[in-house]
Design a protein around this ligand. Sequence first.
Ligand code: GDD
Ligand code: MN
Length: 390
Amino acid sequence: MSMTSKSKAVIILPTYNEKENVETLIPLLFDQVLPEIKNWQIKVLVVDDNSPDGTAETVKALQQKYPSLNLIMGQKQGLGKAYFKGMNYAVKKCQPQVLIQMDADLSHNPKLLTAMLDKIDLGYDLVIGNRYIKGGSVPDDWGLKRKFLSFIGNLTASLFLFNWRVKDWTTGYRAIKTKVFEALKKEMDKKEFNGYTWQIAFLNKSLQHNFKVGFVPLNFIDRRIGESKLGSEYIVNTLFYLITDIIKNPPRFYRFALIGFFGFLVNFFGLAFFAYLIKDNWPSLSVGIRNTIANSIAAELSIISNFIFNNIWTFHDRKLVEAKEIVSQFVKFNLSSFTTGILVPSLIIGLGTLILGDQYRQLILVLVIAFFTVPANYIIYNRFIWRNKT
Ligand code: GDD
Ligand code: MN
């Protein structure tokens, strides 16, 4: 069998003061783990930033024994930058199909590589070691504070990026198809990703590019030797990234919510406007009829506004353009708006106050809108009005 039939991968190990850790990790990889992975030809690239502890010297010594061990060195510019440099170098030097990110401090069990590469073979473009799914874990000796920070960090990322499928945004153990890196390379070449923000940004951009992301459970082991380089740079840059990203690429649900809120304002101010207009021109109309007419016009205007802005913005990638299509979907849109926005809430308010009492009227309205109208509209728009044709 010729070597070329195997797919190639490069494990990138960023190091800063990891001398004693690489002394254990590199032999573990070459002697025990990599020989077991038969269908992949795997090389290792250490990206050392001139560690004062002499990590590079140790790696050079190990290179005598392990010919597939490579080393590049440079100035310390952060973890993300080290990955960026390493990936570029690996791609040029070996044209691998897959790039692997792994911490050099033994926090990432190298044995997990098999499961990660198996997922790559199944067709995933990016496979991440996930600490927060069944079978994964964070170290027991992590204090409550660190666990809480990690939880809040992931919650914030999920909230901003509106993705609840990814439970572990920051995880550093990843198998990445080279084509993903090639696609993201230009966008990732930014100062704010030089540090640990690299991880969240890379994962989010992969999702935005519709790459297929898979997960394997990861049991993260706390390092025994040396110390973490994670600093406050991380929080500042990550928040900056999340805020700029939500403005530049608002997730679909947030666009929908914003347009819906705008529609509410159209209805709200439209009601006042038409009520005055009718009062001035037809003073003989009774107040009830006047306001019913005023609100009907204002509500229809808000439906039209919702339809137009959702079409050109929220669902810009599925925009309706043909006249026939626009008309038929607009009819459905009106029907569903009437059902979810008027009919069902009115019935539930009637039934609810009948059972619970009149004092719950407003509360029921708020709850119905939050837990029924909003999600129902979002689902209906996605499935029936602007369905994904691909
Ligand atoms: N070359 C280089 N340059 N390597 C670096 C640098 C740098 O500026 N900063 C960190 N590293 C290396 C470390 O030497 C180690 O091998 C690896 O990157 C991870 O760094 P740690 O400092 O051990 O990170 P951590 O354990 O706090 O963070 C881990 O968990 C985070 C999520 O909670 C890592 O896996 C992170 O990537 C991950 O985001
Ligand atoms: Mn670590």
